[in-house]
Design a binder for this molecule. Structure first.
Ligand code: SAM
Length: 270
């Protein structure tokens, strides 16, 4: 059994934080120990010190990608926090379409994990009769989640909140799994984007709505500020940022106007 020394933990923690904004507190040392042990095994390394050395001097983007897969929490499911999604399709989308006199709006699901969020958005838009010309952009830092997202085959946990009418129309049961309809798959384009990597985030421009739900909770305030300011620049004036229901931008930025619609707070770029 390999042990993670406190000083090595701190160096690993700092490395992870600088690369992707995820801050791992002292009390979560066990998490790093458990999640990285597989990396040590796979790379046939004898200690966490050797793994840190590999990260610092190994010059391997592949190992960085594996590190992101290991340290991220990818919990998600279809129709998560659906109050926000209702506000999005019933209020925000019609408002933006009317304002810009267009049927097309540009959407980005940043930190989409295995795809349930952007696919839910796509299904809801289609059900309301909206057919977007542009694909919904969906991104995450974790390559393994993006691979599953592209496959779009889900288990019963992921689909547990899907209303029956959607389940019948957009999913094909296959053994224990549910395959998403190609029509919905075709509405979403996946990319790898690290939310604190300015160069990557700048690839996404002129968005009407950005969903960034349940990811900033893993960042500290400094990283949150950086990510939110980059997201601000991706939005059109008047566009909306939607963060998780339990999250807030209080003390993070004053650049957005909080707007309350049906008891849901969304943030508008002014
Ligand atoms: C808990 S999931 C949230 C998924 C979805 N937005 C939802 O609310 O259900 C958080 C996701 O954030 C991603 N993530 C963590 N740090 C990130 C970063 N710096 N850039 C982009 N994505 C990141 C993780 O890989 C993970 O898939």
């Amino acid at each position: 059994m390999k042990t993670l020394q406190d000083s090595t933990f701190k160096q690993l923690r700092d490395f992870i934080y600088e690369k992707c904004g995820i801050y791992i507190s002292d009390s979560k040392k066990y998490l790093i120990e458990n999640r990285l042990v597989k990396r040590l095994q796979e790379k046939k390394l004898n200690s966490y010190e050797d793994y840190l050395y590999l990260l610092l001097y190994g010059n391997s983007t592949d190992e960085l990608s594996k590190l992101y897969d290991a340290v991220t929490t990818n919990e998600t499911f279809f129709f998560r926090e659906s109050q926000q999604l209702d506000v999005f399709v019933d209020h925000i989308v019609p408002e933006l379409m009317k304002k810009h006199s267009t049927k097309d709006i540009a959407i980005w699901s940043a930190a989409c994990s295995t795809g349930e969020e952007p696919y839910t958005i796509a299904m809801m838009l289609l059900e309301k009769g909206y057919s977007l010309k542009k694909e919904i952009i969906a991104s995450d830092i974790s390559d393994s989640t993006l691979e599953s997202a592209k496959k779009a085959v889900y288990n019963s946990y992921s689909i547990r909140n899907v209303p029956m009418q959607y389940l019948k129309k957009y999913f094909k049961p296959n053994g224990q799994s549910y395959e998403l309809s190609p029509v919905i798959k075709g509405m979403v384009k996946f990319m790898n984007i690290n939310l604190i990597d300015e160069r990557k985030v700048k690839l996404i421009t002129s968005r009407d709505v950005v969903f960034c739900r349940n990811v900033l909770i893993y960042f500290d305030d400094r990283a949150k500020k950086k990510a939110v300011s980059l997201l601000y620049d991706c939005l059109k004036p008047g566009g909306y940022l939607i963060i998780g229901l339990s999250e807030s931008l209080h003390n993070i930025t004053r650049a957005f106007k909080p707007v309350v619609i049906n008891k849901v707070v969304v943030y508008q770029r002014v």
